[in-house]
Ligand binder design. Sequence first.
Ligand code: CDP
Length: 223
Amino acid sequence: MKTTVIAVDGFASTGKSTLSKRLAKALDFTYMDTGYMYRAVSYFALTTDLIQGDVIQEQALEVALSETSFSWSTAAGPKQMLFNGKAYGDELRTLAISSWVSRIAQLGFVREHLVNQQRILSQLGSVVMDGRDIGTVVFPNADFKFFLIADPKVRAQRRFDELQAKGEEVLFEEILKNVVDRDHQDSTRAISPLRKAEEAVEIDTTLFSVEEVFEQMMSVVKA
Ligand code: CDP
C-alpha cells in the first residue's frame, strides 16, 4: 500500500503542531509530533538527575536512553504517542522544558535514537510529522514538505497565551527570549540544523489565522 508522508518543519511556535493535527484529522493520517519526543527526553533527563546544575550527564543519558522507547497507544480514538508506555501532556510544554530541549536536541546520540524511532513509528501508515529536520533528514523523500515561519513577537505571544491559559506564571519577555534562543540553537547546531528543504512550501503564518493556513496547506496537498 502506498503511504504518504507530509513533513511540516519550521521555527518555534509557528503553529506547526496545530496545523499538522488539523491536516492529519482532515486526511485521516496519523499525526506525529517529533518535538514531543525531544521534550520527553528532556523531561526524562531532568527528572532522573541526568541534568545536574547546568550540566547534562551525557554518557549516563546515552546509556539510559538506549533502554527507552516510544510507541503508539492502542486505545480507541486518535493515536497517542507513549514514552516508556506513558502518555505525556502539558508537563512537556513548560518553560523549564523549553529551556533545556534545544541543548538535548543537539546531542548526536539523542538525534540518532529519536530519528530511528520516528522511522519505525511512521511505518504504520500515512503520517503528518512536525519538527525541525523532517523534510531534510528524517524523510528527505517526503511527498509534501512545508516550512512555517512567523514574526518572533507573534510567536512568543501565542506561546505566552497558551501557557497562561494553562495557569503557568510566565513573563512575555522570558517566552520571547526562549523562542529566539531556541531558533538560534536549532539553526546553528552541527547535526541536522533547522533549515528549509529546497522544495518545501514556505508559509508565513504571522498574519493568517489557523483556518487560512490550513486551507493553503490543503490546497497544496490536494493539487
Ligand atoms: O512547539 P515548538 O515549536 O515550541 O517546539 P517543538 O516542536 O515542541 O520542539 C521543541 C524542540 O525540540 C525544538 O526547539 C528543537 O530543539 C527540538 N526538535 C528537534 O531538534 N528536531 C525535531 N524534529 C523536533 C524538535
